[in-house]
Write a protein that binds this ligand. Sequence first.
Ligand code: SF4
Ligand code: SF4
Length: 389
Amino acid sequence: MSVKVDPNLMKDLETFGLRDAKKCFHCGNCTAICPLSTEENPFPRKLVKYAQMGLKDRILKSPEPWLCYYCGDCSDRCPRGADPGETMMAMRRYLTSQYDWTGFSRKFYTSETFEIVAVAIVGILVGLALWMFHGSNPNMEHAHLNSVWPAPAIEIADLIMAAVLSFLLLSNTWRCVKFTMGTLLKRIPVRIYIRQGWELITHFLTQKQFGECTDKMQWVVHLLIMTGYSTAFLLVAVFLAGGIEVIGLAWEPIRFQRDVVYPIFHPMRLFGYYATFAILYGTTYAIIGRIKKSKAPYKNSHGTDWMFLILLQLTTLTGIFIHFTRLLDWPMTTYVLYVIHLMFAVPMLVLEVPFSKWAHLAFRPVVMYLTRVKEEYLKEQGGEAQETP
Ligand code: SF4
Ligand code: SF4
């Protein structure tokens, strides 16, 4: 089988944040100490070697970058300071851009100016749209968002955005599946995909592999950010936009934007409080860690790491302020904060979900699941089945 070599791969990976991989002299320490490396899928040394040799196709097929949670153990123990954990991180950014068929992700990852300008443009457009299309008779006595922006119009915009984002994320995830599985995708019987389906759910919800790493705090922080973010996303995109709830004896549609303040123990409010706590705690911990460079995973921050944390934290903080100004019934302050809140929230969703850091929430569990599928299939075949080139 011929192997294609890309002489510019190392340079290309450097634009995604790869730094010291050239220093590696292949002692194998990192793979030996990585708690998640296995006999079937050994890493990170193998991936460092692929980068040095320009083996782009091998990297595209490799599940390993997604099996790494960046605990940093390998970087701490590398005798050459080659930072293999950061190499795995840079590869995840690179792979995200390779899965993205629009080419937008590559630009987003490789140019901080592009990233900042894109976020600013989307934020300003959202602000302008809310300013231009507000209702003619806003309620200035009570905080009543629906009097300024009619809920059905906001809901339609929300559903259109959700549909576009889902399409982009799903189509990129499909490319991730095709790259990772190659010709095995069709050869593996459906029953194995179904039997391993549970792995997809548990990896997504618990990130149980991360719990096997030495630094349990990193796992907790990652889990808090992920569950907080997913809870907020579900509340906004699913329950508030398309569900129904019982108010008194009647079924009422639940809308993205509503003026009812739920009672303190209402599930919506409790879930909202959990999401707020989880995101604030997780993002503050990560931001302080990155400022202090306190651990290996926080030593080399890429522009997209900062952008994700900052947008997430600003969205959450403005959401908290709105919650209080509504309780205090301050109309003008609530309306202004609502515009600012959406100017942070929408760019975060529109740009981060399909093209940047958030996308790993889909790619990682999917690749972990596919790895289990592959392993079960190969076991059934007595370890002899190979992917055809
Ligand atoms: S520990 Fe460092 S030098 Fe040794 S194989 Fe890993 S990256 Fe290379
Ligand atoms: S960062 Fe942690 S999980 Fe990733 S390769 Fe290194 S030791 Fe393994």
